[in-house]
Design a binder for this molecule. Structure first.
Ligand SMILES: [Mg+2]
Length: 240
């Protein structure tokens, strides 16, 4: 096999912040646009921050207010309260098996890791630095680059090819995530999705979207590494 590229989602794949991002987002919506509880009942799973912002404003028929300047101010507001929300968020954590997985991958020759996330870049950096995981990802594509996650995936692949100076044939490109959108955006670039049911979609729901491999969690490293070597693996879901 040639060089492998492994692109990681952030929320509910690497870390769980127990709503810190959502709270910061809602505070920024309130400060900038006077919208309260602006994400109530809205699923954020696997979506780009840009699409979440556009959706919240459209819902209130306020999207005409969004100029590039206003959008930048919005992200500044979001980032201002994010560290505080991360600190005060109860039960926020790195998900089981992630440190072990990233450590092994970082020591494996011909394996390269990057980010493919709906988070804006500075948001991803704030969250991952808080958990000391940012150091594993020298490259990435982010939710402030395009509202469509599939387009973010294309950017991630192209940027990784340039950054690592490797071609990465698509059968050696893996997207590690927890949501429908992670499965879909992997398919959009011809990559293979390695999915855990650690987010808001159930194992069965995720299974129906036909990921390349599916786990309950990434707690056990050996089968995840096997899937990342191109041997698909479906962890039994423990229910008849
Ligand atoms: Mg996620």
């Amino acid at each position: 096999v040639g060089p492998r590229l492994i692109l990681f989602d952030v929320d509910q794949t690497l870390i769980y912040t127990n709503g810190a991002g959502r709270k910061s987002f809602e505070r920024a919506l309130e400060k900038m646009f006077g919208i309260s509880n602006g994400l109530h009942g809205v699923s954020l799973s696997g979506r780009t921050d840009k699409s979440i912002l556009y959706g919240a404003l459209e819902e209130k028929k306020l999207h005409h207010l969004l100029t590039p300047d206003v959008e930048n101010q919005f992200w500044d507001h979001y980032l201002r309260s994010l560290p505080e929300h991360l600190k005060t968020s109860k039960n926020s954590k790195i998900l089981d098996g992630i440190v072990e997985l990233l450590t092994i991958l970082s020591e494996t020759p011909n394996v390269f890791t990057g980010l493919l996330t709906g988070n804006i870049k500075r948001g991803a950096k704030t969250k991952l630095e808080y958990f000391d995981l940012w150091k594993y990802f020298p490259v990435g594509a982010f939710g402030d680059e395009h509202p469509d996650r599939n387009e973010v995936a294309k950017i991630a692949l192209e940027r990784s090819r340039r950054h690592f100076k490797e071609h990465f044939s698509v059968e050696n490109v893996f997207v590690v995530g927890d949501s429908f959108n992670d499965i879909e955006c992997a398919k959009a670039i011809g990559a293979r999705s390695i999915i855990a049911a650690t987010g808001s979609h159930s194992y069965e729901e995720l299974h129906s979207k036909k990921p390349y491999s599916l786990f309950l969690t990434f707690a056990k490293t050996a089968p995840v590494l096997q899937a990342l070597q191109g041997k698909p693996f479906f962890e039994p879901n423990g229910r008849a």
